[in-house]
Design a protein around this ligand. Structure first.
Ligand SMILES: Cc1cc2nc3c(=O)[nH]c(=O)nc-3n(C[C@H](O)[C@H](O)[C@H](O)COP(=O)(O)OP(=O)(O)OC[C@H]3O[C@@H](n4cnc5c(N)ncnc54)[C@H](O)[C@@H]3O)c2cc1C
Length: 268
């Protein structure tokens, strides 16, 4: 059996500037026939843009059976950043079949979501997926470290009723999310913690959750979505095969995401 993820050619139907740093791309066309959602709310696809061979990874913001929506952070330099920053409607990209990681136990009494702008699509979808009752009871909390909070707040990007703490990034493409998590006042009882953003911050938090909070690994999912390295990454490492191999080896999510960090460090 092939371990390569299935690939689909998709046309960029629309490009919308949601905020100064976030571009919404709606993909569609016949090439997406056979594409399907896993139903896991943080599912992602690999994306290859025209004239490039390397993939970058993007959360499925939505898939309605015909149109696939990706929200792309436009930062300083980068393969996808530079392409998405300009007009790209009508161009053809390649996307891979989706994979997801979020696995909140049914018994979870609360859900904490922490992330930077790259995590906003997943946090929005996760919050949408947990249902109004949980949102209304304030058992879902989000910490969002984003440069465009004033635009996102009240824009409907996150479902109504979700309890959000908006945080400004410290500047210079840096992130302070590890310190934010260390200050969280944790709810009582069992719940689920999901977090994504810059890898070094995520590594620090994994240690914190294991050593200080002593959370069982099934109670959290912490993912390095990008690496704050000074140069353009020579090659992005596909999380898909690492994910599949880890699952087959019976590893838990956290070990798999730590393996992913290590694999990316080897490629620098
Ligand atoms: C499972 C998963 C889901 C993801 N979902 C999303 C999503 O929905 N939306 C989204 O925008 N991103 C998402 N990401 C993150 C995205 O894949 C990375 O940010 C990617 O590196 C961007 O590619 P690029 O070609 O623009 O930059 P690259 O060519 O990869 O990097 C160029 C330079 O930019 C820096 N850089 C990379 N990303 C960022 C950033 N976000 N902010 C500041 N500097 C950066 C790098 O350190 C490097 O120096 C996800 C990642 C994973 C693993």
């Amino acid at each position: 059996m092939s371990t390569r993820a299935r690939q689909y050619a998709a046309e960029v139907l629309r490009r919308e500037q949601l905020t100064p740093h976030l571009v919404r791309l709606t993909l569609g066309g016949d090439g997406l026939q056979g594409f399907g959602s896993t139903g896991i709310p943080d599912e992602w696809v690999g994306l290859v843009v025209p004239q490039q061979f390397q993939s970058r990874y993007y959360t499925v913001r939505s898939w309605d059976g015909a149109e696939l929506v990706l929200d792309v952070v436009v930062h300083e330099v980068g393969l996808v950043t530079e392409w998405a920053a300009r007009e790209c409607v009508g161009e053809t990209v390649t996307v891979t079949e989706p994979k997801g990681s979020f696995a909140m136990p049914d018994s979870a009494g609360w859900l904490l979501l922490v992330g930077d702008l790259t995590a906003m699509p997943a946090m929005a979808r996760i919050a949408e997926s947990v249902g109004r009752d949980r949102l209304a009871s304030r058992l879902v909390r989000i910490w969002a470290e984003v440069p465009d909070a004033e635009v996102l707040r009240g824009s409907g990007y996150l479902p109504e009723g979700v309890d959000v703490t908006w945080l400004a990034p410290p500047g210079d493409g840096q992130s302070d999310l590890a310190a934010v998590v260390e200050r969280i006042d944790w709810p009582a009882g069992d719940g689920y913690f999901w977090m994504a953003g810059e890898s070094a911050q995520m590594r620090a938090i994994r240690k914190h959750l294991m050593r200080e909070r002593r959370l069982p690994s099934a109670a959290y999912d912490v993912m390095g979505y990008w690496r704050g390295v000074a140069k353009r990454q020579p090659r992005a490492v596909d999380p898909g095969p690492i994910w599949r191999a880890g699952k087959m080896a019976g590893k838990d999510d956290d070990q798999i995401w730590a393996d992913y960090d290590e694999a990316r460090a080897r490629h620098e």
